[in-house]
Design a binder for this molecule. Structure first.
Ligand SMILES: *Cc1c(COP(=O)(O)O)cnc(C)c1O
Length: 764
């Protein structure tokens, strides 16, 4: 392990002559001889901040011979409070240990007596401690991979580029090699390297890494998956569900769940999430998890439960896209009697186990009754909000009271969906994401949540200030008031540190109107502070269109022009995510851009200046101003009662003409045809229809669009009109093809071809 890249911080007001400078210089050169490097810090008040922002610093040596000792003590205590593992040494000429405060004595890692210890002794101690600290930074798989790569072996195995050499035979390859760098090439190795264990057998150091992840994420067993949670979900279902099994499925599920049903032949019944007036997807009602509700759903679908555990699998998206998380203990209590395996799709929620704010609200929570729990599967996109590379995902399993999940059996499903040539840098990124969370997860989460809360408070403060002046601004979807120290305070004045520790402040309460869900259950749903939903003017919490309306799509289009890219855009709301990669500068940029939008809107700035991309492409927008566009689109939404139609469309659950697997079989057998919207009534789409946003299926493959569900048709028609009327603002719809016919965009859907039902011969 090379120490040169891991500097030590020397903290002294005056390193030239504040103390025994000559001996100090000798110590430095001795450490340099041993391959170590340094940074100097002359202002002790910057100690915590420096170590916090530069996490490559692997220790601090603090001059105790003079200067502001009180400040140094304060800084060291703060530093060790935040990073307890980071070594801190005190360097002194004569202070004996007894003179230090007990608080300090209990946290520091050692003293260097400049006038008593020999230089090689002091240097040796520092080197030894630093090396131990640095070694611990490398999680098992990454460490082994790095050491393997640093050995410079001659590969005679795949991949064919053989450690990158293959790229150098063509200038195109050279460009690629230069861009990604030598280490990436040399880490891309084949499964024939025994030192690194095997992903498919879960053996060797790879298994050590998976076990480390299990412990870190509170699972009994963790599997690394390299094709996203899309594949993790398939694996989980394929491992337990067979054709004809009943499943209890959150209608707000990712498309991979639909495909899991196709591939297993599961028979789904759905739990319907609430929605509020803005169209934000809310939680499923607690009562929908009950045994009785399950029986009713099956009965309504004309299905008979075979036994007591009549659902083989249940699946719930936790948290929702908009950051609503469920109290898992409550759900568990409802499900445990009639569902054999619980699955929580936590694609966006891998950080939950690392901060007490989320206690009870994530699938691997330890809080549930261990004696009586069914096996729980949690799937997480480690790449989405932790730091793994794209596609890197994990399956976590809590085995339940009966140890029901057998490794080898489960691995059959795992292998069915896994490449036999896994990508090693991607595995290393899972290993490193785990290592980071294990060592710094709490700290990183805390910093991230605090920053997000600060932005929330700031937004509210700006809104309030402008409100007082009679001006409009964007608002946040969050409680308007919180209880702090026995008082009710406006969110703008709330103390961020208190909010960070106060789970209750983030729990949705039935008496509050801000969230728009009238019948929310007690202690059931938590709003995750790091998922920030901004509301644009135009629509009130009571579900009324306001005279002024600013469709969110125009705002986010404008923001994009300014280099601010949001996560998701809804009709009158948009979502941004706060993650470990968010920096303070980003807040400033976002706020400035929102103010710029406001100014351009208020001035009705011509679109070719406000959103050049838009008006260059579409002559339709020529001569319009930013406010004009907002007005026209807002009117479109009002006149067509868009949000109400959307709400109705998603509220209906159309009858199942066939299960998803049968509908998919129709596609394979080519018993399908394209149908335009005007002919869609009465038909059965063969594939699911999922508009983004909100990303919930309005129709699953195999469901029939009946007279009772015409709102779905109306909603699709509105989306078609929207796309024609507002080029550039089309919503992406999975399962819908659009093509241009005589200058108009028309939708078509792949539907099942059904045999005409023959009229029964009348018996005379
Ligand atoms: C993104 C997502 C997935 C799929 O995850 P990938 O890692 O992108 O394959 C699954 N479920 C939900 C809820 C998601 O949001």
């Amino acid at each position: 392990m090379k120490l040169i890249d891991w500097p030590l911080l020397f903290v002294a007001e005056n390193l030239a002559d504040g103390f025994d400078a000559r001996r100090f210089r000798v110590l430095i050169s001795e450490l340099e001889r041993r391959g170590m490097s340094f940074r100097e810090l002359h202002d002790p008040a910057q100690l915590l901040e420096t170590c916090w922002t530069r996490r490559n610093i692997v220790g601090a040596v603090v001059d105790w011979c003079g200067g502001n000792i009180a400040e140094k003590e304060k800084q060291i205590l703060a530093l060790k409070g935040k990073f307890p593992e980071l070594p801190v040494y005190i360097m002194t000429e004569n202070a004996s240990a007894e003179e230090l405060s007990t608080a300090l004595l209990s946290v520091i890692d050692g003293y260097l007596y400049l006038d008593e210890d020999s230089i090689p002794f002091m240097a040796g101690r520092i080197e030894d401690a630093t090396r131990k600290y640095v070694e611990r930074l490398y999680p098992p798989f990454f460490k082994e991979l790095m050491e393997y790569v640093e050995d410079y072996k001659y590969p005679w195995h795949t991949p064919g580029h053989m450690g990158g050499e293959g790229f150098l035979k063509s200038p195109t390859g050279v460009a690629f090699y230069r861009f990604f760098g030598e280490n990436m090439m040399r880490s891309d190795i084949s499964v024939s390297v025994p030192e690194l264990g095997s992903l498919l057998d879960h053996s060797g150091v790879l298994r050590v890494s998976e076990d480390n992840a299990a412990k870190t994420f509170r699972a009994d067993r963790t599997y690394y998956v390299l094709n996203g949670t899309s594949t993790s979900n398939q694996i989980v279902w394929k491992s337990q569900v067979t054709a004809g099994d009943f499943a209890l499925v959150d209608r707000n599920c990712h498309k991979s769940i639909h495909y899991a049903m196709v591939n297993t032949g599961a028979v789904p019944v759905y739990m319907k999430p609430r929605r509020n007036a803005w169209g934000i997807i809310g939680p499923v009602r607690l009562q929908e998890f009950s045994r009785r509700a399950g029986l009713e759903k099956l009965a309504a679908a004309g299905r008979k439960p075979k036994d007591d555990e009549f659902f083989t699998m249940s699946v719930l998206t936790n948290s929702t896209y908009d950051g609503l998380c469920y109290n898992i203990a409550l759900i568990h209590n409802e499900l445990r009697e009639h569902v054999r395996y619980l699955h929580f799709d936590e694609a966006w929620f891998a950080y939950a186990a690392f901060h007490p704010l989320y206690q009870h609200f994530y699938g691997m929570t330890d809080e549930v009754d261990v004696e009586s729990y069914p096996p729980v599967f949690v799937t997480q996109s480690t790449h989405k909000l932790l730091t793994a590379f794209s596609q890197a995902s994990m399956i976590h399993i809590k085995n339940g009271s009966e140890e029901a999940i057998i490794d080898d059996e489960f691995n059959e499903a795992f292998m069915m969906y896994s490449s036999t040539s896994p990508n090693y840098p991607m595995i290393a990124s899972l290993d490193v994401a785990t290592g980071m969370m294990k060592a710094d997860g709490l700290q990183m989460s805390e910093d991230n949540i605090r920053e997000a809360i600060t932005l929330r408070c700031r937004m509210r403060a700006i809104e309030r200030e402008l409100e007082e002046k009679g001006c409009w601004f964007f608002s946040m979807w969050q409680p308007q008031f919180v209880e702090q120290k026995g008082e009710t305070v406006d969110f703008a004045d709330a103390d961020a540190d208190l909010l960070l520790e106060d789970q209750q402040a983030w729990i949705l309460k039935s008496g509050e109107s801000w969230h728009g869900f009238a019948d929310i259950e007690e202690d059931f749903i938590l709003l995750d502070p790091i998922k920030l939903t901004f509301l644009t003017p135009g629509f009130s919490a009571e579900g009324k269109y306001e005279p002024r309306g600013i469709p969110a799509a125009i705002v986010t289009d404008y923001l994009m022009e300014k280099g601010v890219v949001v996560e998701k855009t809804d009709t009158y709301s948009f979502l941004i995510l706060h993650s470990f990669g968010t920096t303070r500068g980003k807040h400033g940029e976002l706020l400035t851009s929102l103010f710029a939008f406001k100014a351009d809107y208020d001035k009705n700035t011509p679109l070719e200046l406000a959103i050049p991309r838009l008006s260059v492409k579409n002559s339709r927008y020529r001569g319009m101003g930013l406010r004009d566009l907002c007005d026209v689109m807002h009117r479109f939404y009002c006149v067509n009662n868009f949000l109400a139609v959307m709400d109705e469309a998603f509220s209906s659950l159309p009858p199942q003409a066939m299960i998803p697997a049968e509908a998919s079989a129709c596609v394979v057998r080519k018993e399908v045809e394209y149908v335009r919207l005007q002919n869609l009534a009465g038909r059965v789409p063969a594939v699911m229809v999922v508009p983004y946003p909100p990303g919930i299926p309005v129709l699953m493959g195999g469901e029939r669009l009946t007279e009772d569900n015409l709102a779905i048709l109306r909603y699709l028609q509105l989306l078609e009109i929207l796309e024609n009327r507002f080029p550039g603002y089309a919503r992406e719809i999975h399962g819908v093809e659009s093509d241009e016919v005589q200058g108009r965009i028309l939708y078509r859907l792949l539907c099942v071809v059904e045999e005409p039902v023959e009229a029964e011969d009348e018996i005379p």
